[in-house]
Design a protein around this ligand. Sequence first.
Ligand code: NAP
Ligand code: NAG
Ligand code: NAG
Length: 339
Amino acid sequence: MTYIFILLSIVAGVICDEKDGGKAYRIPLNDGNAIPALGLGSFLGFDENGQKPVEEHEVEYPVKWALEAGYRMVDTAAAYLNEDQVGAGVRASGVPRENVFIVTKLPPQESRDVVASLRNSLSRLNMSYVDLYLIHSTVTFKPDDSGYDIIDYLDTWKGMEEAQKLGLAKSIGISNFNISMIERLLANCEVKPAVLQVEVNLNLAQNKILDYCKSQNIVVMGYTPFGSLFSKEPERPAPKIDDPTLTEIAKKYGKTTPQIVLRYLVQRGVVPIPKSVKKNRIEENINVFDFELTEEEMETLSKFNKDYRVVFPSFWQDHPYYPYEKVDTPAADLFKKKE
Ligand SMILES: NC(=O)c1ccc[n+]([C@@H]2O[C@H](COP(=O)([O-])OP(=O)(O)OC[C@H]3O[C@@H](n4cnc5c(N)ncnc54)[C@H](OP(=O)(O)O)[C@@H]3O)[C@@H](O)[C@H]2O)c1
Ligand SMILES: *[C@@H]1O[C@H](CO)[C@@H](O)[C@H](O)[C@H]1NC(C)=O
Ligand SMILES: *[C@@H]1O[C@H](CO)[C@@H](O)[C@H](O)[C@H]1NC(C)=O
């Protein structure tokens, strides 16, 4: 019986993950490790004054609640200025470190010494290794943030490989790369990236890059998984939280609209990392592993695609390693401190 179950799990391309109390199964990576099929996002975002400051316990408690609710992965980054709270939340949960998959990212100001930067992240996390280390951005800046520092991501990747060799990161990967950048990296690396993290949601299907990554055995993590679902700005595309198509499917399974959106991504083989700092929503967002959307429903949901990006930093488009199409009028820089 157990044998058949394990066999079926392997055939399905997943490793079941019951021993550690997690609710998400794990997906094998090309380096022999395995990643939970869903994790907690932790970036607090921006307001009119730029990047929001992190208040005491503001991220620590959500991380603890998430692990208690059955999450086994947390996505952070040096740039989020919350790695200390992520580490504290993991310790406060009582879930053993080895059962949690920690993702952090190399900040765009520190590409010239990847190992030193990761050691600083580890000291803030108060951990001896991370499970996954990502290059956050190919758009890179000087250490004092005074402007661009043009660094080829192939050189940065050598530092990532070194970090893995030292055992500081079990797996290494990339974020915000486009297909031609990945092709160039694959043609010039020693260790292949295990993971690509990019925006994926109902309005941004990312069909081409998903197909490409599948062909190269690279797992895709989907950030901003809710897209514009909760946005109150009228110019943002449908669907919104009360969309009739979504609510009808949700009703059929006794689920909520956000749960349908996350399940859709899971069934596409994308690893969503929904962010919430609210306990009830954190619990809601992990409960997507006890039902399955039909092929017809998957097809219906795929029609919301508009190739629309929520995260579109066109203010960086004059950087030579900017990954997206250029526009005539770039947006105002969100990261710039207001005077
Ligand atoms: N690699 C990159 O460059 C990059 C870029 C962007 C994001 N990320 C990562 O991806 C994570 C997720 O992306 P994101 O934060 O941009 O967007 P998101 O997870 O799609 O959406 C987060 C928003 O949805 C709300 N929310 C969450 N669950 C909800 C629910 N069940 N019902 C109603 N509202 C809900 C949250 O509010 P509350 O918190 O108030 O509940 C928050 O405002 C980030 O936190 C970060 O870890 C990475
Ligand atoms: C770091 O973690 C250890 C347990 O691994 C703990 O005893 C210690 O208090 C932590 N330090 C900080 C600053 O949180
Ligand atoms: C991908 O990024 C490169 C910069 O390295 C850029 O030249 C190219 O136009 C980008 N591709 C797309 C489809 O935007």
